[in-house]
Design a binder for this molecule. Sequence first.
Ligand code: GRF
Length: 211
Amino acid sequence: MLRIAVLVSGGGTNLQAIIDRLEDGTIRNACIRLVLSNNKNAYALKRAEEHGIPAECLSPKDFDSRQQYNKALLKRLQEENVDLIVLAGFMVVIPPEIIHAFKNRIINIHPSLIPSFCGTGYYGLRVHEAALKKGVRVSGATVHFVDEGTDTGPIILQKAVGVRQDDTPEILQRRIMEEAEWQIMPKAIDLIARGKVHVENGRVRIEEEDE
Ligand code: GRF
């Protein structure tokens, strides 16, 4: 059984999608061991508690330095014997020591079709503002492994979502969440939990897609 930690900072709708798919059996062979937030007011923590999942806050504000925080975060994840770290709207930069300790075992969801509208500064509504400004007809979401760069790790799944002429950043954000994020994140976890995802030469190969 794949032991997952979900790291969150805010509303936790992606966390909710993962919980729902675990509960209805769409995600197989996995369980959430821990939901961890850097922000004690994150609604995501409540969602976890409502489903009987251990939830806690680890805030950088409670540490003298970022180095100490990073060390505590790594320790917490290792204590729980986590196999996979899922970044679901976690607004803290993952330090290299955690990336190395969990190589190809950290995944992130980004609300665009990488390599468009990603990298430093592209988060939250900014991603969708940039997509609308460019006038793209299609955007979407990407689940990828996390490496040392920002949104540069191997791509696992992507899903396209149409952009409409009268979209606002908020409307586009919501549609991408509903039609893409909440679907491909649980799907990626299920594939990883069943050992179907392999990283080869910096790219992902998914066994089921070959069949
Ligand atoms: C999502 O838009 C996700 O793409 C981004 O952060 C947001 C998290 O939303 N990485 P939620 O907390 O899951 O509702």
